[in-house]
Design a protein around this ligand. Structure first.
Ligand code: MN
Length: 287
């Protein structure tokens, strides 16, 4: 069994544009090796928005060298990008965007959610790309709630929803570039939950709702448990019904150099990304 390496406590929040009040629950700026192949996770809300006329969000901006995975739990988000990808996703839906060699996108509350107002709760995860795939063509995968396999956990411990990568013999719908598992799970109070994760992989469990005992520590919403690589499963003991995100993957053992929306392997590649963006090589899109 994998033992707990550390628990990340949530930092204070900041706004991304005027639409996303987030806390960055982990980031490669502090924990590159322990969280690879993941780079950062922004947990937005839960936050109640009043009805409005103009959609709130963040306007056109670039990315290179990563994938961004947006999982909506409450509210509705509309996305558009320069690869032609786009659409509106609501509770339970996921968008998996591959920035690869370069993409422009914008992220706003949907027109319906803007007009109606209500609670927004969502996650945006950045997944690193291996050096060999950093310049892959940009792409967009919309994964609706009913397109994901739901896996019943042993002993009526709960249900896991596989978004991307592999969990045991199951394969998630999102195409990925390195071996990993992105899943969320509803866990039942009072059960012992064992989740299989290959030896050698990094593992994070993000608590979205509820409280759990993990390795003798009590954890709650917006805390992240980071596990050691050795061992072939993790054990969680939900004290209440709980909702968690499971992020596991084979570490990408390559240098990580990031600057804002670009994450590459060298400083030269970052300078090139800035030049390519400024000279219009990331494509075009109307604001
Ligand atoms: Mn973005």
């Amino acid at each position: 069994m994998k033992s707990v390496s550390r628990v990340f406590d949530p930092p204070s929040g900041h706004w991304v544009g005027d639409g996303f009040p987030v806390r960055s629950l982990f980031s490669y700026h502090e924990h590159t090796d322990a969280i690879s192949p993941f780079l950062l996770l922004d947990f937005a809300g839960p936050y109640e928005f009043a009805p409005a006329q103009q959609p709130r969000g963040v306007g056109v901006h670039p990315h290179r060298g990563i994938e961004t995975v947006t999982i909506v739990y409450h509210g509705e988000v509309s996305h558009q990008d320069s690869s032609g990808g786009g659409g509106t996703i609501g509770p339970g839906d996921v968008q998996w965007m591959t920035a690869g060699g370069g993409i422009l996108h914008q992220e706003f509350h949907s027109p319906t959610f803007t007009a109606r107002g209500g609670v927004l709760q969502m996650v945006q995860l950045w997944v690193n790309l291996p050096a060999a795939s950093k310049m892959t063509p940009a792409g967009y995968q919309s994964i609706l709630a009913n397109q994901m396999p739901h896996i019943d956990l042993a002993d009526d411990a709960g249900t896991l929803r596989l978004i991307g990568g592999q969990f045991g013999d199951h394969q998630g719908p999102a195409h990925t570039f390195s071996p990993l598992c992105v899943a969320d799970a509803k866990l039942n109070a009072g059960k012992e939950v064992r989740l299989a994760v290959p030896a050698g992989w990094n593992t994070q469990v993000v608590v979205l709702e509820g409280h759990l005992l993990v390795g003798g520590q009590r954890v709650g919403p917006a805390q992240v448990i980071n596990f050691e690589r050795a061992g072939e499963d993790i054990a969680l003991h939900p004290e209440s019904d709980a909702m968690v995100l499971l992020l596991a993957g084979q570490p990408i053992q390559e240098p990580v150099v990031g600057y804002g929306p670009f994450v590459m392997n060298t400083r030269e590649e970052i300078m090139q990304a800035i030049r390519d963006f400024e000279s219009g090589k990331f494509g075009r899109m109307e604001a």
